[in-house]
Ligand binder design. Structure first.
Ligand code: FA5
Length: 340
């Protein structure tokens, strides 16, 4: 009698558990059979009322059935746990997708690329140099005598170093000598790069900025070549005819030296508020390479001639995109960056 009951309990348990859909249902079924008042528990509790012979037969059967039920319960629990709840996972394909916001290039990168494109089309090589520079390349090799007041023109950040005096380069000009040490003329290069100045910032001045150097050297390069290349470049960059004006100036590494201006990109030279009614916009410094610089690079004196120029990329970007304050560039402000 008890033996048949155990067999029936087992098969009913199996049938019910097979239909369970979640852990709550599963647990209730378990309690129904092996809980404190469960059907199998009752048989186990009743063992003491059976004869010794029956107890010997039914006892192990009931205990084995209990173990089997526990085992089946655990397996089913795992099974249900790994099942996907399709109600919860339902995807509404009619919902609009989430918009992925795309980044954009920084205006300095845009200007870099434009400069490199125009100069590459004129046969120039693009060259780079280190931002942490020796005193020699940044100043001495460029004909700044030691302790000469001309060094004050480019107030800078000095770095303590055990061997040589090191400096965060103040301009891209040191790459002139670095390049010439390795190459012989004729050549034409541009050097875009980041430079540093120890200065109080304002709408027109930054401590971290970008410059762009050009250097053309050969047997008979003259100021006329400079004016032609500058005119070609600025006309291509601004997409309109640009004129160049030179004014006398001083740099230790050029002789003669000049500041150069371009005709106002807004009024074309007719005078307007953008050019402070002068018709011209200041761009940067330039000149014919000083023979002392050629000598620093290991060239013989008076064998070659060349021109060099350098100007601030931020200033150029400000003109192109009509940006009113140089401090926007390094601000990391997304409202600014996202406009490009
Ligand atoms: C120089 O740095 C020279 N190396 C340029 C040069 C190269 C002359 C080759 C001759 C031959 P200067 O210190 O004037 O020169 O700087 C050149 C340009 O860098 C400036 O016209 C300006 O556009 C930019 N610039 C310099 N300092 C700052 C600053 N603190 N913030 C923003 N732009 C600056």
């Amino acid at each position: 009698m008890e033996k048949e009951k155990i067999i029936i309990i087992k098969s009913r348990f199996l049938a019910e558990i097979g239909n369970s859909r979640n852990e709550k249902e599963l647990y209730d079924i378990k309690v129904k059979f092996v809980g404190r008042n469960g059907e199998l528990t009752k048989i186990l509790k009743n063992l003491k009322n059976l004869s010794a012979v029956e107890r010997k037969e039914i006892g192990p059967l009931a205990n084995q059935a209990r173990q089997e039920i526990e085992g089946i319960y655990e397996n089913r629990k795992k099974e249900l746990g790994s099942q996907v709840d399709w109600e919860k996972e339902k995807i509404d394909v009619t919902l609009p997708g989430e918009k992925i916001s795309r980044g954009s290039l920084h205006p300095i990168t845009l200007v870099y690329r434009e400069i490199e494109k125009i100069f590459s089309s004129m046969g120039f090589e693009v060259v780079e140099g280190p931002e942490l520079e020796t005193d020699w390349y940044n100043f001495t090799a460029l004909n700044f005598p030691l302790d000469h007041p001309a060094r004050d023109m480019q107030d800078t950040f000095w770095i303590k170093s055990p061997k040589e005096k090191m400096v965060l380069r103040t301009h891209t000009s040191p790459v002139q000598v670095r390049y010439m040490e390795k190459r012989k003329p004729p050549f034409r290069i541009i050097v875009p790069g980041r430079v540093y100045r120890n200065e109080a910032t304002d709408a027109a001045h930054e401590h971290t900025l970008h410059q762009f150097e050009a250097l053309v050297v050969g047997d008979d390069i003259n100021v006329g070549h400079f004016k032609y290349i500058a005119k070609e470049f600025f006309s291509a960059f601004f997409g309109k005819q640009i004129n160049i004006r030179l004014r006398p100036s001083f740099f230790p590494f050029t002789e003669p030296s000049f500041e150069f201006d371009i005709s106002c990109t807004v009024c074309g030279g007719k005078k307007c508020p953008s050019c402070k009614n002068s018709g011209w916009l200041e761009i940067g410094g330039a000149g014919m390479v000083n023979q002392n610089v050629f000598v620093s690079a290991g060239y013989p004196r008076n064998k070659y001639q060349g021109f060099a120029w350098g100007f601030g990329i931020e200033r150029l970007a400000m003109m192109k995109y009509k940006i009113d304050d140089i401090r926007w560039f390094e601000s990391g402000d997304l409202r600014f960056i996202k406009q490009f």
